[in-house]
Design a protein around this ligand. Structure first.
Ligand code: SME
Length: 175
């Protein structure tokens, strides 16, 4: 049975993400099912990162993002691409860091306690298949070190199975 190794609170963010990436590789490297790997990625991050209230994936279905494996309180089921923080990251295909969600136009408040957020697009050979979304109840929780670490996490998740095992997201291309 897999377990999450507790990481040192003294570790720098860079070290913490290095440890998370090593553990994620061990956790999902032998499994090819995308949903299983996304679920374990969300659980590992939720229990490894301090001060986060929600961690999960939204997976693209045509012009929508549909909630996938996550840890945290129940969340919005469906977000149109282009709306909210998740939809903006999906549309731009760039990581979006929001220091204060109340100042982000169109922010979708699934959890009123959420104060800051980071969303990393999941790109499979250039095609958007979803986003990795992390919320915090603290303002300014996420910075460029989180972006770098979480983009590495996303790369490990995407690399853990062959492209033809990924969810069929081919209904509509976003150009
Ligand atoms: N706040 C997000 C919605 C998803 S939840 O945070 C889980 C957004 O604006 O896209």
């Amino acid at each position: 049975m897999n377990s999450v190794t507790p990481f040192s609170n003294q570790a720098s963010k860079t070290d913490l993400y290095r440890q998370i990436c090593e553990q994620l590789q061990q956790l999902i490297g032998g499994e090819r099912d995308f949903i299983a790997n996304a679920a374990n990625t969300a659980a590992l991050l939720f229990h490894s990162l301090q001060d986060v209230s929600w961690v999960g994936c939204y997976l693209r279905q045509g012009e929508d993002l549909v909630v996938g494996p996550f840890q945290g309180k129940p969340a919005c089921s469906r977000i149109p691409v282009g709306r909210g923080v998740c939809g903006s990251a999906a549309e731009s295909e760039e990581t979006v860091i929001v220091p204060n969600v109340s100042e982000f136009p169109g922010h979708i408040a699934c959890d009123p306690a959420s104060a800051s957020e980071i969303v990393v697009p999941l790109l499979n050979w250039g095609k958007l298949i979803g986003v990795l979304d992390i919320d915090s109840a603290s303002l300014n929780r996420f910075d460029e070190d989180d972006q770098e670490g979480l983009e590495s996490v996303a790369a490990i998740l995407l690399a853990s199975q062959p492209t033809d095992d990924l969810p069929d997201l081919s209904q509509t291309a976003i150009d």
